[in-house]
Write a protein that binds this ligand. Sequence first.
Ligand code: GDP
Ligand code: IMO
Ligand code: MG
Length: 427
Amino acid sequence: MSNRVVIGSQWGDEGKAKIVDFLTLEADIIVRFQGGANAGHTVKVDDKEFIFHLIPSGVMHPNKVCIIGNGVVFDPKQAITEIEDLGAKGIDVSNCILIAENAHVVLPWHIACDKLKEERAGKDAIGTTGRGIGPCYSDKVNRHGVRVGDLLDEGELRPRIEAIASFRNDEFKKMYGAAAIDPEPVIKEYLEYGKQLKPYICDTVFFLYESLKANKRIIFEGAQGTILDVDHGTYPFVTSSNTVAGSASCGSGVGPAAIDQVIGVVKAYTTRVGNGPFPTELTNEIGDQLRHIGGEYGATTGRPRRCGWFDAPVARKAAAVNGLTHLAITKLDVLDTFKEIKVCTSYKYNGAEMLNFPNRLAVVSACEPVYETLPGWECSTEKCRTWEELPLNAQKYLTRLSELVGVKIGMISVGAKRDESIMMDMS
Ligand code: GDP
Ligand code: IMO
Ligand code: MG
């Protein structure tokens, strides 16, 4: 019996949803604990593709409980759309979703502010998803946010929305010369969301506490990736939450001792969407090839993802800050046609070798990747279901990645579909 945290261990989009969907077979409860609708989590079952932004990726399995935890910034409009879309596809989730009453709510001011701030930053923009994530978290920490439970009671909601409206409208006018947003229609709209979502809203902390006592198995589904973490990533080119494994505890209200395994999801290469340094980025034909073969376009914004070779210092940082117990290596099949594959083993900085991913932006930006070249396998891995079925050079490549990161491989993914997976030692 294991409670598992599944963590993006690069810059997001590592294929976390595919891994969560697969591991849900062995779980009872799936919890999102940070981030919001900036996440784009793709699950492919048979030939049907589903993209989730807020709903946990375990939702495709019957009889599982899917929780949106207190650490998530919750956009009710987006959640209702996802629930309705699932319903239209014949998947009734009315009995399986729970939403933490103390999660913070994304409001129109947050989305507007996200966009205004980015426009004003010009060439220094972060390249956010425009989903209001940073402004919502900052109102939470500023202690004037709106929480999901407030949507159920006009007496609580009205003064909170009025406080945000007053603060943000002033900011819009003075800093951006932008139009104010009238709070009245927003109060009406959000009370309506409260009515629609009422059956799902509850104290998820005690639900999880009782579930743990009953030996239920939990998967904590990370969003974004370690190097987008607000403390441990390429600040300021990061998201506004802690994306690392420790966040699973405070973002769901479960004590850290409940967590048995931390699974770091990495692609067999690296991608990044949005701005900021990316040492192994390939702005050449090889980068285009990875994007084309890997279908590397953002699941939330559709933006082309920047692509590059596997970066071991990045994954080693993830091993350190998350305490990874296993690696789940995805998209191995994308490398099937490459004659040679490079892996960044360390960086060169100021003429010296650097093994650890640095904290300072100027240092990351100045790092030169040091590469090792491995032979490709030049055949399809898509149908492989065991380690032994993988071509020898693919085995050697994976073994080298594991060695460089210092973490054993628990799973390998060779395609987007649920069954296109190789289970290794998950003990
Ligand atoms: P997430 O945000 O980490 O859940 O990842 P995304 O859903 O944003 O992006 C991963 C993309 O890769 C999705 O389109 C998945 O369907 C796809 N995918 C996941 N695993 C594999 C794999 O092993 N091979 C291939 N070819 N595609 C994969
Ligand atoms: P999943 O869960 C990849 C990036 C944005 C931007 C930065 C800040 O699908 O892996 P934000 O909107 O969060 O303020 O943007 O973070 N970003 C992601 N990149 N995958 C994601 O989520 C991301 N969520 C945010 O592109 O660079
Ligand atoms: Mg994604």
